[in-house]
Design a protein around this ligand. Sequence first.
Ligand SMILES: [Zn+2]
Length: 198
Amino acid sequence: MARLTISPSPQTFFPQTFLTKAYETAILTTTAGNFVTKAFFKEHVQFMRKALEEARKAGKQGEVPVGAILIDHDRNILSKGRNECIRHNDPTAHAEIVAIRKAARLSKNYRLLDTTLYVTIEPCLMCAGAILQARIKKLVFGTFEPKGGVFGSLYNVADDIRFNHKIKVISGILAEECRNLMQDFFLNRRCGEVPKWP
Ligand SMILES: [Zn+2]
């Protein structure tokens, strides 16, 4: 009769590389309910932190604190962007547009195929248009924007099958930090404590 033996540790059965792989491919859920593997989650957090750095810089300049990072297929940062609407008297100078324009100029290509855009806040209608026009492959954002976001709040561009370009969307990465930054900014602004851009 076969006997069941219990190993004292999983390492007896599985080599360390297998265990690491299994750990890295474990599925996690973001605060917005998207599923990502642990390895990708760590990577998303790493790039979202860089987008948050840009958002903080925007906030210090009196702009709405939104930041964006665009990376290529090999995870190299192509460009960074932050809100610059007031500074440039430009209603289109949202963080996403700034990052997309820089990357397109640098790569000398109006299509940004196989890229991922990280942005601290859910993009607006204008930025969604630019994201689709640039053919960005994946969008990762921090927190929802209930008054203007079009990737789940007012509407979901990613779910509209009539659009030519399909984009993968992950939300809820460092959502609390992204949201707190916005809330603190508007709270301070009401008290007149945010310095004005010259
Ligand atoms: Zn926008």
